[in-house]
Design a protein around this ligand. Sequence first.
Ligand SMILES: Cc1cc2nc3c(=O)[nH]c(=O)nc-3n(C[C@H](O)[C@H](O)[C@H](O)COP(=O)(O)OP(=O)(O)OC[C@H]3O[C@@H](n4cnc5c(N)ncnc54)[C@H](O)[C@@H]3O)c2cc1C
Length: 394
Amino acid sequence: MDNKNILISGAGIAGTTLAFWLKKFGFNPTIIENSPALREGGHAIDFMGAGYAVAEKMKIISALKAVDINFSKLVFVDSNDKEIGSMNYQKIKNFLNGRAFTLFRSDLAKVIYQNIDKAVEIIFGDTITKIDQNEQEISVSFKNGTTRNFDLLVGADGLHSNVRKLVFGNELQFEKYYGYYTSSFTIDNFSIGNNAFSMYNVPYKQVAVFSKSGNSTTTFFIFASPEKLSYQHHDIERQKQILKSEFENCGWKCPELLSKIDSTTDFYFDYVSQIKMDNWYKGRVVLVGDAGYCPSLLSGKGSTLAMVGAYILAGELKQANGDYKTAFERYEILFKPFMEKKQKSAQSFAKSFVPKSNFGIWLRNKLFKLMSSSVFSKLFINQFKDSELKLKEY
Ligand SMILES: Cc1cc2nc3c(=O)[nH]c(=O)nc-3n(C[C@H](O)[C@H](O)[C@H](O)COP(=O)(O)OP(=O)(O)OC[C@H]3O[C@@H](n4cnc5c(N)ncnc54)[C@H](O)[C@@H]3O)c2cc1C
């Protein structure tokens, strides 16, 4: 096997899944992650389709089942917390014959991580500052001042990928903004306690909460903003301020949720964008997950498709005996047309993602109620099945 020493930037869903498969296929992956530890937090994920199939191959289904949220229904509430609509989620999942979970992103990340911890070198709290590649190898300099040589480098460092920026150029040339911001964080000593997701809307804004056991509640905020807002990506305080000003006068439980924002440890805030690139590789560098093909929150599939891309990339490297030129080209041929379709279908939800009027909210509630019926459930679930992608055995 050629090109065995592979550096992966980012220990998110894509990076850890890739490390799992590379290790299994006889490569020697190393991960560099800029956070001091595995990042917690994030949204709830519908885990089904091709991502479920990859998890089966990784033999992590029972571990995922143990953290399945397994909630009963999605409840729409008014400002007095009165139920004004609902969707029976279990009924929808039944159409997938049990091959579906709802997971918190951080639980998925932890399960994958547990399967590579100790087997793979992971450098936390550092990042790449310089990349030089030639025909033989790739030389990578780190923020801590050291330089190391590897055979290949994979950017799995998310929507704002550092590797993409250093090798392919400015993010803006690849990014398509869809007019929304999203935020998620966990708070303690607050519970809605009904094993359901509660969702509250005012025009252009939406907040959902789910209470786990032990009085801990995860929040999910989305708001529309036709223009991108001005703030530094790492300025968490400014992001919290923006979220507060968007939601503090919206009623329902928003003031209480926001009053706990300063004690959260897993605050996440970002805009909703897709990444569209002509090529996912350049020489010895390749991108996977959001770094290369972020489908955005609109797709509901960012995490599962990150896992699928990682599986295909590792598998093609194995099949080509480490010949990266062949493997990267095959990875694109097999997966890029499928990803482009998924991005396009997600894009079509952009306008209606968050209702923009009270009538729109009413209509959305009616439609979701219909989805609990057999015909509409099947239609809804079909988009998550990924049946057009046949995963190879490597
Ligand atoms: C903590 C967290 C919470 C999230 N919450 C949401 C959410 O609520 N809603 C939503 O739509 N999406 C969210 N996402 C994004 C979502 O997880 C991804 O869209 C999806 O899982 C695809 O995963 P990925 O591995 O490609 O990217 P990500 O999950 O974003 O993982 C990228 C990883 O790379 C690391 N990284 C970033 N920059 C560098 C660097 N310079 N050097 C080294 N490492 C770097 C990050 O810390 C992260 O661990 C969240 C991501 C994270 C990390």
